[in-house]
Design a protein around this ligand. Sequence first.
Ligand code: EPU
Length: 400
Amino acid sequence: MGAKNIAPKIFAASVLFKDGLQINNVPLINDIENMAGLLRHLGAKTERVGERSFKLKPVLSLGTDLADDIAKSFRASIVLSGPLLVKEGRVSFPHPGGCVIGERPIDVFLESFEKMGAKIAKEGEKYVITANKLRGAEIVFKIPSVTATETLLMTAVFVPGTTILHNAACEPEIVALAEFLDDSGAQITGAGTHTIVIRGVKSLRAKKPFQTPPDRIETGSLAILAGVCGKDIEITECQPEYLKVFLRTLRNTGVNIKETKTSLRIQAPEKLRAIDVKTHEYPGIPTDLQSPLAVLMTQAEGRSFIFETVFEGRLNWLNELVRMGANITICDPHRVFINGPTLLRGRELESPDLRAGLAFMIASLVARGESIVHNISNIDRGYEKIEDRLRAVGAEIKRI
Ligand code: EPU
């Protein structure tokens, strides 16, 4: 399916296009419904024009208050702040919500807006950001934040002068966004590296629809499922080139992987081997694949190790895996040892975030007996009709 961490950002970018734009291959997930809901609340028009295509048309002047309840429900809501600020001179929004994976501050966004000349106030629970005139600035991120890079990229597109983002994130999702903006008239260089230079332009015009690339995290998660219990599973319409370090690691467990430019064919080995994993910004092993990898480790022979370097609360879900029978030693909020193989037993589970939610599904398929996964709206945030696709490869699963 199209990538969950790109499509909503293109919806947000539509605000910058006077004539609107079309986006294809949109995953039909809750984060898209939410982003479309935010845009409609601001006065923009979103029209579904095909099974997975949407036309997005902003009006001359948009509202500037993000709908509280929607914005609070997903992290990507914050990427709308930049385009609205540069277009309308004002934006107000609550602290964005999203997965429960640790503290998710927005200081990098706020500092950067200030550097470009914006004023920031807090009114009750809301941030109110105003700017009569933004100016190009040299911004040094304290960490390479993905959504901050995307937001500032979209803000700087119309800001007079040159903006330089140092220590920018280089995920493929950022490159896809930058290339689309560039093709539409923006002047951006360096996307995909840690230094991005944006020269302000006056307008953007989409020359062609945005084609949402495949979701590399979904590909990786399904590859893990296949590596743990797949007889011979093929994942098609994917881009293995963006998963090089992950695939190298998966091969180290003994999983048999055949790779073409757009597909992966995977067979689980008789025995999986233990591995050490350190999550890292791109091109390292994505933090979003840490949870399914942990399930694989419960089935691997020997002692595996995870060092989660990106989020400090993203290992908390492992307590549930322990209750299923996993042998896990939690050293601190960032490091765990997992001893395997262990027999997992089906349980009732509560999905804390979308990636751990899918990991629970994989664990449930590996486990003896039946499991019930609750709170699946979290999983629907990022995976379209996952139960249908799992059923297609032999899983016994139903939505209740
Ligand atoms: N951070 C700050 N201050 C900020 C922003 C981030 O300290 O202002 C910290 C975060 O707390 C975290 C680190 O920086 O420790 C990196 O976070 P980042 O900002 O890069 O994450 P994000 O942009 O909020 C996106 C994806 C996540 C993915 C991360 C890392 C979207 C909507 N979300 O989040 O995706 O895990 O990058 O790759 O693009 C998911 O899909 O399940 C998911 C959580």
